[in-house]
Design a protein around this ligand. Structure first.
Ligand code: PLP
Length: 518
């Protein structure tokens, strides 16, 4: 057998990957072949001829075998490009975005200095300027925006909290957090857990991250925020940071950004960072821009184009309209890398980051935006929102079939229950009225309804059907959360057919459960 050389390996690999990326999965296909870890390890090895584990003494493997390993990997991975992968806030990657990522990898460039990443550096700056204009921070010519592409939205939120602390307490860099003011940050009780991680990591402490009450739709209450800030100050704390959310992870709720900025201004100019990781795309759309009303009044923004814009993971951006804060917080002036007397050294972005090396993630968004144009970027987001509205309408109109919205859809999230026929009578009593009591019957009903989503989910997993998450939050029984991160992957008829299957699974599984437990 002739050993496959690297050229041939790359040629065959790109053929396979190209076909995988271009294939528009039929809804009939399975989203995933679910197997136990043992079974997976066995099948992988049998089919590819290479074991997943690394041996005590690992021998070399031929290119041909590695190619078989890639085949097995494609077969046993979740098809996130499948129309029914609706589990997480990302989905099918755009072909152009994938091409951009491959290009980044092939160029293998580190984006810390202009010297090694000249074109990427200019692309990043061009995007920051464009996004800044989209947010509404500045006009065409001004360059009043700073930022970075960062490895994920969690990091982006960390950047927001970190640079704002450095603004109010610059000595923290030398003194450390001990012995300084007791800094207090505020976010809503629906916000992403990365705020909590940031507070822990920065030495703010979770006790000093106040979870501000949200309203019935999951939006931060500005009055509750103001009260919390005043209370913290009375207790000897020093409020410094408000982290709002534009599109919460579970409910898709948009905090009232304009009102929150007003509170921040009234309370002595607190830093207002908005986590727009999931719902930030609305700023691109003339139809949905109103949901991020006031985003132009914030100090910094986190946005994940790898969610709801079709950029492959990871593509995340942190922006601020306070140039200099990144450098002030992070610069260490490493003499071996950021020589001040080097040509174009002022364009080096590396010292603004908390990293050293940084991937060229900006290329994905740059190529997508150039390809689609502003209108295409907007209509991508519109389709995601429209699908959620459509699904919400279907559920509202079909309550007699067992559908019940847990929340009115906002963003591209739909939160709902399937109520099996056996529970429907009770549902009419307990799921309709707001602020119901905690009667014994109601508790029993909630306990039963709580079991339905896991039953349906596990049936769907076994069948390789749509991937959809469920959760129990805000004291409610488990409800499904359907998200549409990729509006061009799925159509209305796919949604209807999927709901019909969920309905059938709901009836069958709950009946089975009922028989065996009674
Ligand atoms: C996904 C998400 C994040 C975290 O983004 P990662 O890129 O996964 O770290 C933060 N906030 C919100 C609202 C999100 O939905």
């Amino acid at each position: 057998m002739i050993e496959m050389d690297d050229d041939r390996f790359l040629g065959l690999l790109s053929q396979r990957l190209g076909a995988y990326v271009r294939s528009r999965d039929d809804v009939e296909d399975k989203v995933v072949r679910l197997t136990s870890p043992e079974e997976l390890a066995r099948s992988f090895e049998e089919e590819s001829g290479v074991a997943l584990r690394l041996e005590e003494r690992q021998e070399e493997t031929s290119n041909e075998t590695l190619l078989s390993a890639v085949d097995a990997l494609l077969r046993y991975s979740v098809k996130t490009s499948h129309p029914l992968f609706l589990n997480q806030l990302y989905g099918r990657a755009d072909v152009i975005g994938v091409g951009a990522d491959w290009t980044s990898t092939a160029l293998n460039t580190n984006t810390h200095t202009y010297e090694v990443a000249p074109a990427f550096t200019l692309m990043e700056n061009a995007l920051l300027s464009k996004i800044g204009r989209t947010i509404g921070w500045h006009g065409e010519d001004k360059n009043e925006v700073d930022g970075l592409f960062v490895p994920g939205g969690s990091l982006s939120n960390l950047y927001g909290m970190h640079v704002s602390r450095n603004v109010v307490d610059p000595e923290v860099a030398t003194r450390g957090s001990h012995g300084g003011p007791r800094l207090v940050a505020f976010t809503s009780d629906q916000s992403h857990y990365s705020y909590l991680k940031s507070a822990r990591l920065m030495g703010i402490g979770s006790d000093n991250l106040i979870a501000v009450e949200s309203d019935a739709h999951g939006r931060m209450r500005p009055d509750a925020l103001e009260e919390s800030i005043e209370r913290a100050r009375r207790d000897g704390g020093m409020p410094f940071f408000v982290g709002s959310t534009a599109g919460t992870t579970v409910l898709g709720a948009y905090d009232p950004l304009d009102k929150i900025s007003e509170v921040c201004a009234r309370q002595g100019g607190l830093w207002h960072h908005v986590d727009a990781c999931w719902g930030g795309g609305a700023m691109l759309s003339s139809r949905y821009r109103h949901v991020v009303r006031g985003i132009e009044t914030t100090d910094s923004v986190a946005w994940n184009p790898h969610k709801m814009s079709g950029a492959p993971l990871q593509c995340s951006v942190f922006l601020t309209r306070r140039p200099g804060v990144l450098k002030n917080a992070n610069a260490t002036n490493a003499a071996y890398l950021f020589q001040p007397d080097k040509l174009h050294g002022e364009l080096d972005s590396g010292d603004k980051t908390i990293q050293c090396g940084r991937k060229t993630d900006m290329l994905k968004l740059w190529m997508l935006w150039k390809k689609r144009g502003d209108d295409g970027m907007a209509s991508f987001v519109d389709r995601c929102f429209d699908l959620a509205t459509f699904t919400g309408d279907v559920m509202r109109e079909n309550e007699d079939l067992g559908w019940k919205l847990a929340y009115e859809p906002s963003c591209a999230n739909v939160c709902f229950w399937y109520v099996p026929a056996r529970l429907r009578e009770d549902a009419r009593r307990f799921l309709q009225v707001e602020g119901q009591g905690e009667g014994e019957q109601e508790t029993r009903f909630s306990r039963e309804l709580h079991k339905v989503a896991p039953l349906v989910k596990s049936r769907m997993q076994r069948e390789g059907d749509a991937m959809i998450g469920f959760q129990s939050v805000n004291g409610l029984p488990n409800f499904f959360r359907l998200v549409f991160p990729s509006g061009d992957a799925i159509g209305q008829s796919d949604v209807l057919e999927m709901l019909e299957r969920m309905r059938r699974f709901g009836e069958e599984e709950y009946e089975k459960f009922h028989r065996t437990s009674s």
